[in-house]
Design a protein around this ligand. Structure first.
Ligand code: BGP
Length: 481
């Protein structure tokens, strides 16, 4: 069907997103405590060329310049995260006023230009002091410390910030941290702890949502989930069952908690037989249910879809294949869970240099699935293309990024026509920034930042072709693609 270009709903929040560790730098300034990432990146060979976010793209000092550029673009919302250790250097206890002031300044700067701030409370950087004190997310104490941190921000910024996100990609930071050893705390195959950690995060999320509704009753709160919608390899029933296994283990396990306040039955049953279900306290179920009833939107970070195929219990592929962090196409290994599913490549789709499948229709599929299953408004809190960019005479001709974004915005418009209630779309990212494991060479920005892996470049900002393209999209409210 040929779709007509449509205007997005009135007041649609065209946005861009970032995360504190990936943009701010200033890792030891104004009383900030160290975080898990400040420490992890110092372990040799954990990140591409041992890059760090010590300086990142210096947003801490250049936020005014960056927000002025956002205003020039016509941005309606800027999604950024708060570094917990700037607010509570020890993770709990004494508040660091300078940290709070920095974020209030950032919010005020956005509001000055009519840009709606959207605040993520946790985008993967936990104060190192809490890891030292009791093992961070591994200990139940984290739930109340996170809730206290969240309340402090709701109280300080709740009158100015309407949109809040409790966690960014809980599924990714826990999988990479406790199963793949690729993110802090760098544990491999710690399955029992992985599910326990996730339960702690769920409780922290739930308590924050409940506190939010008391402190900021007219605000909106959700969680951002890295959602990869899946396709069965074909209509062989074995592959179709592999798909629903994958969905329940990898998507609904988290999204059902946010939206329904309960764990899905198949996964619970499967984990129970293996002795992997988390320990829960007496009123956890009540708290989860109460928070779910108050969730305002589902945040979706969409980058790619996935294919599911039968994976035999014996002789199947395992979950821990090699990752492509160098941008060399074809170096990612197929992964899966023996007896449940495996994820082969999709022969119908192209991939990025980092082997991420490019599938705009998957975004429409994701919105449709979330709408049918959860009946919630949707914030697309991240979507974008990581690529090598070339700066030539002050220009960056990133037509490939424009093609990618155009296809995805079109798919989003189709989802709106399908009946999905989508309130925002945030391009990842506004400026180039640190890609956690891939250094500064994997660029996502609409604005190029002159920096390489080693410190010392100018940090000058250059508008890419995609900047000018997105400006037209925003000013036409999605009609001009
Ligand atoms: C998401 C994260 C972002 C960002 C993005 C791109 O998972 O929320 O922080 O990094 O992915 O990922 P990468 O930098 O690995 O290419």
């Amino acid at each position: 069907m040929i779709m007509e270009m449509i205007e997005m709903p009135k007041n649609f929040l065209w946005g861009c997103a970032s995360a504190a560790y990936q943009v701010e730098g200033a890792y030891q300034e104004d009383g900030k405590g160290l975080t898990n990432w400040d420490q992890f990146v110092r372990i040799k060979d954990k990140t591409f060329k041992d890059t760090t976010g010590d300086v990142a793209v210096d947003h801490y000092h250049r936020y005014k310049e960056d927000i002025a550029l956002m205003a020039e673009l016509g941005l309606k919302t800027y999604r950024f995260s708060v570094s917990w250790a700037r607010i509570f250097p020890e993770g709990r206890g004494a508040v660091n006023e300078k940290g709070l002031q920095f974020y209030e300044n950032l919010v005020d700067e956005c509001l000055k230009y009519g840009i709606e701030p959207m605040v993520t409370l946790y985008h993967w950087d936990i104060p190192a002091a809490l890891d030292t004190a009791y093992g961070g997310w591994e200990d139940r104490q984290i739930v109340d410390d996170y809730a206290a941190y969240a309340k402090c921000l709701f109280k300080r910024l709740g009158r100015k910030v309407k949109y809040w996100i409790t966690f960014n990609e809980q599924n990714i930071f826990t999988t990479f941290g406790w199963l793949l050893a690729a993110h802090p705390p760098g544990k491999f195959d710690a399955q029992k702890m992985f599910y326990q950690v996730n339960h702690h995060v769920n409780m922290a999320h739930a308590k924050a949502v409940l506190a939010f509704k008391q402190i900021v009753p007219d605000g909106k709160i959700g969680a951002s989930f890295a959602f990869s919608p899946s396709y069965a390899f074909d209509c062989d029933p074995k592959n179709v069952i592999a798909k629903i296994n994958f969905d329940e283990m990898n998507s609904f396990w988290w999204m059902d908690i946010y939206a329904y306040g309960r764990y899905p039955a198949f996964t619970w049953n499967y984990l129970d037989k293996k002795g992997l279900v988390p320990e829960m306290e007496a009123d956890d179920k009540t708290i989860l249910l109460a928070a779910a009833a108050k969730l305002d939107f589902m945040g979706i970070n969409y980058y790619q879809s996935i294919v599911c195929e039968y994976n035999p219990l014996h002789g199947g592929v395992d979950p821990y294949g090699t990752m492509n962090t160098a941008g060399k196409k074809g170096t990612t290994e197929i992964k899966g869970v023996p007896g449940l599913y495996k994820n082969p490549p999709n022969p119908y789709l192209m991939t990025t240099d980092w082997d991420w499948t490019i599938d705009a229709s998957g975004l429409r599929y994701a919105c449709r699935e979330v709408t049918s299953r959860y009946h919630l408004p949707i914030v697309i809190s991240e979507n974008g293309l990581g690529a090598f960019d070339i700066l030539e005479d002050g220009k960056i001709h990133d037509g490939y990024r424009i093609d990618y974004l155009r296809e995805h915005v079109l798919a989003l418009e189709e989802a709106v026509q399908d009946g999905c209630d989508i309130i925002s779309y945030c391009v990842w990212s506004f400026t180039d920034l640190l890609s956690w494991l891939n250094g500064y060479q994997k660029r996502y920005g609409l604005v190029y930042v002159d920096r390489e892996e080693p410190e010392g470049s100018s940090m000058n900002r250059y508008k890419k072709d995609s900047f000018y393209w997105y400006k037209k999209v925003i000013s036409s409210n999605g009609k001009h693609l």
